[in-house]
Design a binder for this molecule. Sequence first.
Ligand SMILES: Nc1ncnc2c1ncn2[C@@H]1O[C@H](COP(=O)(O)OP(=O)(O)O)[C@@H](O)[C@H]1O
Ligand SMILES: [Mg+2]
Length: 267
Amino acid sequence: MMNYSSGPSHPPSDPPAIRAQDLTVVRGPRTVLRSLDFTVPRGQITGLLGPSGCGKSTLMRAVVGTQAKVTGTLDVLGRPAGHPALRTRIGYVTQAPSVYDDLTVRQNLDYFAAILHPGRAAAELRHETVSRAIDDVDLTTHADALAGNLSGGQRSRVSLAVALLGTPELLVLDEPTVGLDPVLRRDLWQLFHDIAAQRGATLLISSHVMDEAERCHRLLLMRAGEILADDTPDALRDRTGSDTVEAAFLHLVDAAIAAGRAKETTR
Ligand SMILES: Nc1ncnc2c1ncn2[C@@H]1O[C@H](COP(=O)(O)OP(=O)(O)O)[C@@H](O)[C@H]1O
Ligand SMILES: [Mg+2]
């Protein structure tokens, strides 16, 4: 069992990082998220875990304000999701790393920094911000390498550096460790914990790999557009009498299926 400390505590008067009530999202003919209620506390790492297709990316898109047909309440850092004031307060890394292969690491970051801080006057600030972001993800020695020549793990770190440029209070990372070898995964998780602990940032990180759950302070376990559990890994294991979060998840799935059957038969 891993024990991680969370970052500097936030005053209780601060609104939670995310608060959802009756959150529903329709995509095409389907209701993809079904009346979700949950809160994500600040300064911690919350894992959003569930099998492929359960709605993790849709939920993240709703949080960052890029998802259509969202109903119910969804407040992010005390504002409605998608509010223009949130743009610089949230960093978002999509599932497919969005870096330019024909630019170097530094050029990639310069490009995104210019969008964030346009104008000639901001050039110095940009240089400083870019260097810090490259350092944050430990790529200083690769700053002049073409992104296309980097390993998968290094490319993921470039995407993360882009998301860190605005010094965001909330980082939304969609399956950032998919396809990475165990050592890179461990290093990246260490980096996420450093970001939470040193900056007091909130991280919402999705994964379909249950063993990543053990590395989070809190978990939202999802299945088929619903949240099965919103708890700490310890509490989940205790509550279900399981040794691992994966076993706890399966226990909750079975319970949900049984409850669904019971409902069917009483109709
Ligand atoms: N553009 C779309 N139109 C209709 N349904 C979609 C669209 N995109 C995704 N979906 C459906 O929404 C569900 C959730 O997708 P997604 O949020 O990407 O899940 P996850 O990230 O957990 O794999 C899936 O069942 C998928 O088939
Ligand atoms: Mg996804």
